[in-house]
Design a protein around this ligand. Structure first.
Ligand code: SF4
Ligand code: SF4
Length: 437
């Protein structure tokens, strides 16, 4: 057998596929290439072949690595095929067996050696700030210089947000008015260092809606980046630490404002199912995890909304819409803001190419998907893009800048920032600013 015996993908789940092909037009990689092996049905066939003994490294690995884990196929499939579980188990196998070049291994080592660790990220942030202050980043962004940059450096520079001052959040942000409950807030790894204004806005909105917000200082990465890449032991370690952290905080609900993190935390029960010390606790933790929009929607609005006169396009992050099934809640919250006009984006179910760190490992494919999404966003004529995942905002902004279109100077805001502007009167950054900066 091409897979080892540590949770290989389930034959029963694979057998649910009736090969109808309804998922093909929903799959971003199939849309790009028209190749069966880059479609969900093709990948299910590949995984079945590996179960029957075909080798995993090589062609199978290539087509599986290209999958974004966007889960658009799960939404599209009329037979209820659990591609999410199939690809999650497959990724762990790929990561254990993959043949990768020294360059790929070095890139993965650097990404997973820095991104999940806020302290190390703060060093990277300081370098970025120094690059901005010295004028180096402006120089790199000049067309004549930019076209000669190596692909990875160009991608990293394009994605990196413009950085203002870091906003620090107190460990307890008290409810305004009568307290309706006590919630924990995941601040995340990349989010806490590069998008601190989004976390601060989230805490202010929750407090304004009447919740005490507990923000444990010693929290770290939730493990989403590692889990989505199949790095099983690393993901488990981060998951255990996150469970421990919020158990100590004594909260009933953990609110998450990053779609990728929220979907990973709702999967802790599955990730830690073999761990006798954590299986039950992880299940409980998954049940108490709520996306920011999901939580506010369930709680019901209480605070007064002020006007935000703006036309925005709303982008469904895949890990919110497909992985968590949350589409109506963020739209309903935006609809409650006086003066705000919300436009829909064409082909909303197609991934923007961000997908965790896919845009660093599969740069060409991510770039093409980013370009499609940026064109669709700009075609709405909106003044700003709103999403519930910072990675999507970074990806679409970078792609729209690459388009070199005069219409690319729109704003990029997290949903929490729009609500913060409406509920708390916090001014939104100017439209030319990078997301969250
Ligand atoms: S995954 Fe679902 S939609 Fe796609 S071919 Fe199989 S049964 Fe059809
Ligand atoms: S998860 Fe996304 S990229 Fe992967 S097969 Fe499904 S639709 Fe295609």
């Amino acid at each position: 057998m091409g897979f080892d015996d540590d949770h290989p993908p389930s034959r029963e789940l694979l057998a649910d596929c009736v090969h109808c092909g309804f998922c093909l037009p929903a799959c971003p990689t199939y849309v790009l290439t028209g190749e069966e092996m880059d479609s969900p049905r093709g990948r299910i066939h590949i995984i079945s072949q590996v179960l029957d003994g075909a080798p995993l490294p090589g062609a199978a690995q290539l087509h599986l690595d290209r999958c974004l884990s966007c889960l658009s196929c799960v939404t599209a499939c009329p037979s209820g095929v659990r591609y999410d579980e199939i690809i999650a188990d497959t990724r762990m196998q790929v990561e254990r067996q993959a043949h990768r070049s020294p360059g790929e291994r070095a890139l993965r080592g650097a990404v997973f050696g820095v991104f999940p660790y806020p302290r190390r990220l703060r060093v990277a942030r300081a370098l970025l700030v120094a690059g901005e202050r010295s004028g180096l980043r402006s120089l790199l962004r000049r067309k004549a210089v930019r076209k000669h940059l190596p692909g990875l450096l160009r991608t990293l520079d394009g994605l990196a947000p413009a950085l203002g001052a870091r906003e620090r959040i107190a460990e307890l942000v008290p409810a305004r008015g009568e307290c309706r409950g006590r919630v924990g807030l995941l601040t995340g790894c990349v989010q806490s260092v590069l998008f601190s204004p989004v976390n601060a806005a989230t805490a202010r909105v929750l407090a304004r809606e009447g919740f005490d917000v507990v923000v444990p200082a010693r929290q770290g990465c939730c493990g989403a980046l590692s889990g989505h890449a199949g790095r099983e032991e690393e993901a488990k370690r981060f998951a255990r630490e996150t469970v421990d952290c919020f158990e100590r905080a004594g909260v009933d609900t953990v609110v998450v404002n990053s779609a990728g993190c929220g979907s990973a935390m709702k999967e802790y029960a599955r990730l830690l199912r073999d761990d006798e010390n954590y299986a039950d606790r992880a299940e409980q933790f998954s049940l108490m995890t709520r996306d920011f929009s999901e939580f506010l929607s369930l709680a019901g609005s209480r605070a007064t909304r002020g006007p935000v006169e703006m036309t925005v396009a709303y982008h469904d992050a895949c890990h919110l819409a497909h992985a968590q099934g949350i589409r109506a809640a963020p739209r309903a919250l935006l609809e409650e803001v006086p003066g705000l006009v919300v436009r829909e984006i064409a082909d909303p179910d197609l991934c923007c190419g961000s997908a965790g760190v896919y845009n660093l490992f599969q740069r060409e494919w991510a770039g093409r998907l980013g370009e499609r999404k940026a064109q669709a966003v700009l075609a709405t004529g909106a003044e700003a893009l709103v999403a519930s995942n910072p990675g999507c905002l970074m990806q679409v902004r970078a792609a729209s800048e690459e388009l070199d279109s005069p219409g690319h100077a729109i704003g990029y805001y997290h949903l929490a920032q729009i609500l913060d502007a409406s509920l708390c009167g916090t001014p939104l950054a100017q439209p030319t600013s990078a997301p969250g900066g």
